[in-house]
Design a protein around this ligand. Structure first.
Ligand SMILES: [Zn+2]
Length: 250
C-alpha cells in the first residue's frame, strides 16, 4: 500500500477527524490521485488551502503524491508574505466582493453596512451560487464545505464561527479587509450604492425625531431606503473600532 504523511495547519484542522488534527499522520492513496483529491477526501475544501509543501517544496493541486512523501498543508494567510512560495490561485481581488449563502444573511448585511459588495439570496440553489461566484468573481461565503469542494469554485471562504460579529472578525483577518471599510456607501437591504441626500429633499419621509437630530443623510438609488448616523451606526462604528484596534495590537 502506498502511504503519505500529511500534516494540516491552523484552522484546516477543524475539518479533520479528531485523530488527524494538529499532528502528522499516515494516509493511504492511489498513485493516480492528485493531492487536491486526497485533501478533499479528508473533508478539507480546496478553497481553504493556500500552500502545499511536498518534502519541503511547494507544489500545485495537481501534484501526484509518491510513496513516503511528507506533505504539509497550510490555510490562506493573506497577511503573511509568502511570495517565495507558489500560491494555489490568483491573488485576491483588490476590492473583494462576496456572495453569501442562504444561512449567512446577517453577515451579508453587516458586510454591506461596511461598504462591501455582497450578494445574498434566500432561495438560490448550490448550482446557481457556484455559477454566480465564478461568473462575477465573487468570494463565496458559506458554512457548507461540500459547496466549496465544487471544482469550479476558485475563491471561497468557509466561515468557521456562528456568531455574526465573530464571522466578520474571522473574514477581516483572513482577507485583511480593515483598510477597505467604507460605511454609508452601500444599502444593507439591497446591496445597491448609496448617494448623499439633501435633508430638505427627504424631510417629509423622516421620523420627526430623526429630522430634529440629524443633518447628514444617504439614500439608496435602488430601493430608496434612507440612512443616517443613528444608534445602529454608532454600534457598527464601535464594533469596527474594536476590530481595527485588535488588529493594531497584534
Ligand atoms: Zn437599497
Amino acid at each position: 500500500m502506498e502511504l503519505v504523511t500529511l500534516r494540516f495547519y491552523e484552522e484546516l484542522n477543524d475539518f479533520l477527524r479528531a485523530e488527524c488534527r494538529k499532528r502528522p499522520f499516515e494516509h493511504p492513496f492511489q498513485p493516480t490521485q492528485s493531492i487536491k483529491h486526497l485533501i478533499e477526501g479528508l473533508g478539507v475544501p480546496h478553497t481553504e488551502v493556500e500552500i502545499i509543501l511536498a518534502n519541503g517544496v511547494s507544489v500545485g493541486f495537481d501534484y501526484l503524491p509518491r510513496n513516503g512523501d511528507r506533505i504539509s498543508i497550510y490555510p490562506m494567510f493573506e497577511r503573511v508574505d509568502i511570495t517565495p512560495l507558489l500560491r494555489l490561485r490568483d491573488k485576491p481581488l483588490r476590492q473583494p466582493c462576496f456572495l453569501a449563502d442562504a444561512h449567512l444573511g446577517k453577515l451579508a448585511r453587516y458586510l454591506r453596512l461596511m461598504g462591501f459588495d455582497t450578494l445574498f439570496f434566500n432561495d438560490a440553489g448550490d448550482r446557481r451560487l457556484v455559477e454566480i461566484s465564478v461568473d462575477e468573481r465573487r468570494i463565496l461565503l458559506t458554512r457548507d464545505r461540500d459547496l466549496l469542494m465544487h471544482r469550479a469554485i476558485t475563491h471561497g471562504c468557509f466561515i468557521h464561527t456562528l456568531d455574526t460579529k465573530a464571522q466578520v472578525s474571522e473574514l477581516f483577518n483572513r482577507l485583511d479587509l480593515y483598510a477597505l471599510v467604507a460605511p454609508f456607501t452601500r444599502c444593507m437591504m439591497c446591496n445597491s450604492t448609496l448617494d448623499q441626500a439633501a435633508k430638505e429633499e427627504i424631510a417629509t419621509e423622516l421620523p420627526k425625531r430623526v429630522a430634529e437630530l440629524y443633518t447628514e443623510f444617504w439614500r439608496c438609488g435602488n430601493c430608496a431606503k434612507i440612512y443616517w448616523k443613528g444608534s445602529h451606526y454608532k454600534q457598527l462604528a464601535g464594533f469596527v473600532r474594536t476590530l481595527v484596534a485588535a488588529d493594531d495590537n497584534e
